[in-house]
Ligand binder design. Structure first.
Ligand code: ZN
Length: 119
């Protein structure tokens, strides 16, 4: 009997995916609001986000903000953060991992469209 081809069971594939995420996982997240660094966070699914390798998120133990970081191509990360911000509103603190592994908080600085107040 010939050795069956190793396709990898779903379990193996899940493990590979997890190993890949573990490799991408930053040592810590840093809260964009209060700059607290913390290490309790999870990998989040990033379905259909092109150029995004991984998303990690957790709750700041100090101020309770949701902290989400994206890893991937810089342009894709920027797009993802903007999309996420729109989706979540201003509550989530976003950031990304720089190439040397540092956490960089995303600070949307005054780019909001100026006064569209027609009331
Ligand atoms: Zn915080």
């Amino acid at each position: 009997m010939g050795e069956a081809k190793r396709r990898g069971t779903p379990q193996q594939r899940a493990e590979q995916a997890r190993a890949r995420l573990e490799a991408l996982r930053p040592a810590q997240l840093v809260c964009g609001a209060c700059k607290t660094a913390f290490t309790t966070f999870d990998a989040l699914p990033a379905p259909g986000m092109r150029g995004i390798d991984a998303v990690f998120g957790g709750q700041c133990p100090n101020c309770g903000n949701d902290v989400v970081v994206f890893k991937g191509e810089p342009q894709a990360v920027a797009d993802a953060m903007l999309a996420y911000e729109k989706m979540m509103g201003a509550d989530a603190k976003l950031g990304y991992q720089s190439r040397d592994g540092r956490h960089v908080p995303f600070e949307p600085g005054g780019e909001k469209t100026p006064g569209e107040s027609d009331k």
